[in-house]
Design a protein around this ligand. Structure first.
Ligand SMILES: *[C@@H]1O[C@H](CO)[C@@H](O)[C@H](O)[C@H]1NC(C)=O
Ligand SMILES: *[C@@H]1O[C@H](CO)[C@@H](O)[C@H](O)[C@H]1NC(C)=O
Ligand SMILES: [Ca+2]
Ligand SMILES: [Ca+2]
Length: 211
């Protein structure tokens, strides 16, 4: 494969090529099993995804199914922030609601050398994933715009508090001014990096780290 690298690479010494090759990351194999005819939006980093999943070992034994195990419900998670294994964060991008994919994930992007629970060390895992729904994540640009009431591209404490109040209402929780104030302070303590009393979109949305 190294031999197939195009032009400029030939100028590099074989040793350098070797290093480039060694630095190559393991990848997720993604197979789209079903793509719906209509696709309004595709999943991206920071989105909330609702999925059903089945997980298999390399020998074909199923180790988990969200349809039959646990509370049998599909689960919500945020894509691209390390809330799930890296193989999922990478393999579930650009996916439509209603789409089904098969992911084959090397141990480096799953549970690695250690394994976890009933996953033995160094396991390559196969997942069948059905994406049921996509929503804006709490840290999405869409949420930022929704929160930025005066459209000045930054969030004040008041704007964040307004948003929390609305979120409490939306989830049928009793209003609690003290709690909201505390949450606002927590958010600003963590996220207002330059301490100017405002959150910019850059401070607020997920950082674009390499996954
Ligand atoms: C398949 O692999 C898993 C994990 O290594 C192991 O626990 C299970 O017993 C294996 N099943 C069969 C039928 O070999
Ligand atoms: C509001 O939140 C504060 C802080 O979490 C809590 O101590 C208090 O009991 C809450 N008040 C109500 C009315 O729920
Ligand atoms: Ca604003
Ligand atoms: Ca700031």
């Amino acid at each position: 494969m190294l031999l197939l690298l195009p032009g400029p690479w030939c100028l590099l010494s074989p040793l350098l090529l070797l290093l480039v090759g060694a630095a190559e990351e393991p990848e997720v194999s993604v197979t789209v099993k079903h793509r719906p005819f209509i696709c309004h939006r595709k999943s991206k980093r920071g989105d909330l995804l609702l999925v059903h999943q089945e997980g298999y070992f390399q020998n074909g034994t199923k180790f988990y199914s969200s349809r039959t195990d646990g509370d049998k419900d599909a689960v919500w998670f945020t894509l691209g922030i390390g809330q799930v294994i890296r193989g999922w964060d990478r393999g579930l991008l650009d996916m439509c609601a209603g789409e089904r994919r098969k992911l084959i994930i090397p141990p480096e992007l799953a549970y690695g050398k250690e394994g976890t629970g009933k996953i033995p060390p160094e396991s390559t895992l196969t997942f069948l994933i059905e994406l049921l729904d996509i929503k804006n994540g709490p840290r999405s640009h869409e949420s930022f715009q929704e929160m930025d009431l005066n459209d000045d591209w930054r969030l004040s404490r008041r704007e964040v508090k307004e948003y929390l109040k609305k979120e409490f209402e939306r989830h049928g929780q009793p209003p609690n001014d003290t709690l909201n104030d505390k949450m606002v302070e927590d958010i600003f303590t963590k996220e207002d990096q330059n301490k100017d009393g405002f959150l910019t979109s850059r401070e607020f949305t997920y950082k674009h780290d390499e996954l």
